[in-house]
Design a protein around this ligand. Structure first.
Ligand code: APR
Length: 190
């Protein structure tokens, strides 16, 4: 399923779109689409825990002890266990209702928090899944617009320490939705 990444240069930094399994794409930090209980699940959450191993859940157990739960729009960081990364950023996306109950703002906040956490940790590269577009039902094109707009805005900020952000899309439909969103925002990709 994986194909060459689509690479877009943004000043000194890079935004890439890649189709494939996020657990197989090396990066300093990997974003996860978690739930507020931080208890793992299916989808990309399941894939990350399967590939990363039990060390990740042990860290989430300690975080849950401390904070109870992670609210939609926020994210917490753990180590990455056996994944090709140093950290996993567990973001909790909004459950989509109709787009008029704060979903766009909460989804944008997920990507913002992942990039903030990555910067605080000193990560230079970050991969992100299409948060909320699976079980949580967020329509792909609407989610892609929010995701690309939020990440591009932060990549353009001079103080951002990240050098490269890659959206890793699980299949043709999400890849093409993100490609359309980046074309709309940044002009046609080569
Ligand atoms: N790599 C990259 N993307 C993936 C992978 C993978 N290995 N597996 C699934 N995806 C994609 C899905 O196709 C979808 O586009 O991740 C996107 C997000 O889908 P979900 O994983 O279902 O996440 P979300 O919609 O945010 O729902 C979160 O699902 O798994 C549970 O514990 C999780 O309760 C939480 C809820």
């Amino acid at each position: 399923m994986s194909r060459d990444p689509l690479v877009i240069t943004i000043g000194e930094r890079t935004l890439a779109l890649q189709s494939g399994d996020i657990t197989k794409v090396p990066a300093n930090a990997i974003g996860n689409a978690a739930n507020s209980a931080l208890r793992g699940g299916g989808g990309v959450d399941g894939a990350i825990h399967r590939a990363g191993g039990p060390a990740i859940m042990r860290e989430l157990d300690a975080i849950r002890e401390r904070i109870g739960k992670c609210t939609p729009g926020d994210a917490v960081a753990t180590g990455a266990g056996d994944l090709p990364a140093r950290w996993v950023l567990h973001a909790v996306g909004p459950i989509y209702r109709d787009g008029r109950h704060g979903e766009p703002e909460a989804l944008a906040s997920c990507f913002r928090r992942c990039m903030e956490l990555a910067g605080e940790l000193g990560a230079r590269s970050l991969t992100l899944p299409a948060i909320s577009t699976g079980v949580y039902g967020y329509p792909l094109d609407a989610a892609a617009d929010v995701a690309v707009r939020t990440v591009v805005e932060i990549l353009k900020a001079p103080e951002t320490r990240l050098r490269r952000v890659t959206f890793v899309l699980f299949g043709k439909a999400p890849f093409e939705a993100f490609q359309r969103a980046s074309n709309r925002l940044l002009g046609p990709t080569p």
